[in-house]
Design a protein. Structure first.
Ligand code: AHM
Ligand code: MG
Length: 324
């Protein structure tokens, strides 16, 4: 049984972090407050899936031609509503929105997010997640955010994280000084520090890739996947990036969504899937690459740009690169 003294809530943790920077204005902490609130709303709705009519298709497709699920739309609305109401965000890039959504021009932060990633898993009760990434705008406060603010390289991220709606709900984030994980304690309705200073093992035994695409992979990726089998590694692939990533982060492993012959840029999106996960990976001691360059060095050209991704335990990523 935890005592009050042994609990650090997410808000307390963020406030303690803010206190380390005497010039901090508190705006970033307020964004965390808004993300936390939206995550609780999404958590509530995800848990109701099946009881009320929120699973299944929304009946539309997004700009990337993918079926939109009802819960995708609900989660998107909840995050946008919370971040708009908070007033500390000047623009949002969302997987569910074709264009940049402009919010308060007097605010200094841009948020990129995938409000509900892995949504094809909603209908079957597998873990899904929210991914977010936060940038400081580069143009002056008081003007509408521009492309320059929204298409920054991952190296400019000032914070990134995800929420996993799984056997428990967790929020994991970094601001560039390590990775910390907080579990939602439903009895008090708050996220509490449960995984301080997360580090991913240097080597792991798990490889995660959609092997159904094997024939479409480059010979280098095929060679690496074969080597994983020769070493009797465990193949684990949920098809929900947050869930696959979270497991590998804790246990050690490699997650790959490489280029295929028919999708030379892979499937996953740079701004709100690959960059935030790359930032977390590096902060946890791992590596994240496209196969050619560090993910966080890729200069984005468009909001919904895709990049191939190989990330996870440093030793495994190195080994994969040596096969390419
Ligand atoms: P989504 O954003 O439409 O949910 O798609 C992203 C998801 C990732 O969570 C997952 O890693 C990947 O798609 C799985 O794709 P595939 O089914 O092609 O293996
Ligand atoms: Mg997604």
């Amino acid at each position: 049984m935890r005592t009050r003294n042994s609990v650090t809530t997410l808000s307390q943790f963020v406030a303690n972090e803010q206190a380390k920077y005497p010039t901090a204005t508190g705006n970033l902490s307020k964004i965390f407050r808004d993300i936390k609130f939206a995550a609780k709303l999404v958590n509530r709705d995800v848990n109701k899936a099946g009881l009320v009519d929120i699973i299944g298709e929304h009946g539309s497709t997004n700009i990337q031609g993918e079926e939109v699920k009802k819960l995708d739309v609900i989660a998107n609305n909840e995050f946008i509503w919370s971040l708009s109401a908070g007033g500390d965000c000047c623009a949002i890039i969302s997987e569910e929105e074709d264009y940049v959504r402009h919010l308060n021009p007097d605010a200094k932060y841009v948020v990129a997010m995938d409000p509900l990633d892995g949504s094809s898993n909603i209908d079957v009760n597998a873990a899904i997640g929210t991914i977010f990434s936060i940038y400081k705008r580069v143009t002056p406060v008081g003007t509408p955010a521009t492309e320059e603010d929204c298409l920054q390289t991952g190296e400019n991220q000032i914070a990134a994280g995800y929420v996993i709606y799984g056997s428990s709900t967790m929020l994991v984030y970094t601001t560039g000084s390590g990775v910390n994980g907080f579990t939602l304690d439903m009895s008090i309705g708050d996220f509490c520090l449960s995984h301080p200073d997360m580090k991913t093992p240097e080597q792991g035994k798990i490889y995660s890739i959609n092997e159904g695409n094997f024939k479409e992979f480059s010979s280098g990726i095929q060679k690496y996947v074969d080597s994983c089998k020769e070493k009797r590694m465990s193949a684990r692939y949920i098809g929900s990036m947050v869930a696959d990533f979270h497991r590998n982060l804790i246990k050690g492993g490699i997650f790959m969504y490489p280029a295929t012959h028919s999708a030379p840029k892979g499937k996953l999106r740079l701004m709100y899937e690959c960059n935030p996960m790359a930032f977390l990976t590096e902060q946890a001691g791992g590596k994240a690459t496209t196969g050619d360059v560090r993910i966080m060095e890729v200069k984005p050209n468009e909001l919904h740009e895709r990049v191939p991704v190989i990330m996870g335990s440093a030793g495994m990523v190195e080994e994969c690169l040596s096969c390419l």
